[in-house]
Write a protein that binds this ligand. Structure first.
Ligand SMILES: NC(=O)c1ccc[n+]([C@@H]2O[C@H](COP(=O)([O-])OP(=O)(O)OC[C@H]3O[C@@H](n4cnc5c(N)ncnc54)[C@H](O)[C@@H]3O)[C@@H](O)[C@H]2O)c1
Length: 309
């Protein structure tokens, strides 16, 4: 049986896992090109696969119809918005996710973005290298309010880290957060509206779904504090980027820090990237050595279990 692995991480951090799968009699094809597969490459390689470990490549109806043997898909991570889950169900294909494998990495990245923003690191590092000696005054995270929208694996890890920085942490989730969980993570349960209007930092950790698409838009920006910083390390599309541009350019809110974007990479003429109060990383929140290794291990376990047992 053939396993196709598209994420590049396996070539660096998962070769022992490739060997393990081979020792189980599986024929493994992993991406060692150093680049994301093109759609054509992906479709060709997937056509005779029994299982796919997939990163961001699109698994839609067109792809699945070309893969008659496909039985198991494992997302290298958690966000399954690149997979047509309705058609997967229709086809009887199992979909696994490596739940929790990268939550620490993403939560740390959010903390890093908050520090970069509050201490002006993004601009000042560049300026000193350009021999400019400006000394903007920053602000402390300690004592500030962090509102977490989506209190799953990443949201909970973030709450732990933020508590360690003496931040006041609010949490909201579509599912009820029990009193026990709120106590365990030292968070105050709040409504979405309260988080939007009362937080100094607002961090999004919901999946991209129809119900979360553009969940932050004109009305939400109006309700935010003038000094608010919006962080999106979840998915592009959850924030309406047109209205974000207006909110940042007019200083309706102070700043935004994004790891994800509706177009990745952002288009060359995107106005947002011209703004000094918009900080951007290239979808690297989950990319740490530790998280890549963990994700390779967990996805391998999922494939072996669901393909062979
Ligand atoms: N930047 C990155 O590299 C990166 C890496 C990993 C995950 N992510 C994104 O982060 C998201 C969260 O990851 P996770 O591991 O915490 O997932 P998770 O499934 O553990 O948590 C998601 C939480 O969002 C909640 N939720 C769903 N819809 C909601 C809504 N409308 N309003 C409020 N809450 C809602 C769910 O109930 C759940 O508790 C993923 O779906 C993925 O898109 C990004």
């Amino acid at each position: 049986m053939k396993v196709l692995i598209t994420p590049r991480g396996f070539a660096n951090y998962g070769l022992d896992q490739v060997k393990y799968m081979e020792s189980k009699g599986l024929s493994v094809h992993y991406n060692n090109t150093g680049k994301q597969y093109t759609k054509e490459e992906f479709h060709k390689l997937a056509s005779d696969a029994d299982a796919i470990i997939v990163g961001v490549d699109i698994i839609d109806r067109e792809l699945m119809d070309k893969c008659p043997k496909l039985k198991v898909i494992c997302k290298f991570g958690v966000g399954t918005d690149n997979i047509d889950l309705d058609y997967v169900k229709e086809k009887g294909i199992f979909v696994g996710r490596t739940v929790g494998s990268n939550s620490k990495a993403v939560a740390e990245h959010v903390i890093a973005l908050m520090f970069a923003e509050s201490k002006n690191l993004y601009g000042t590092i560049k300026e000193v290298k350009e021999h400019k000696w400006n000394k903007p005054t920053g602000q402390e995270l300690s004592g500030k309010t962090l509102g977490i929208i989506g209190f799953g694996m990443i949201g909970k890890n973030l709450a732990n880290f933020a508590n360690g920085l003496s931040m006041k942490v609010y949490a909201y989730d579509a599912f009820e957060i029990t009193d026990e969980v709120a106590k365990e993570y030292h968070v105050e349960k709040k409504s979405l509206e309260e988080i939007i209007s009362e937080s100094d930092y607002i961090s999004l950790h919901v999946p991209l779904l129809d119900s979360t698409k553009n969940m932050i838009s004109t009305e939400e920006f109006k309700k935010m504090k003038k000094g608010a910083c919006l962080i999106n390390a979840a998915r592009g599309g959850i924030v309406d980027e047109e209205t974000l541009y207006e909110a940042l350019a007019s200083k309706e809110i102070r700043s935004a820090c994004f790891d994800v974007y509706s177009s990745e990479p952002p288009k060359a003429d995107d106005k947002l990237t011209t703004l000094d109060n918009f900080l951007l990383t290239p979808h690297t929140a989950a990319r740490t050595v530790e998280s890549e290794k963990r994700t390779c291990e967990m996805s391998t376990q999922i494939i072996v279990k669901h393909l062979m047992e």
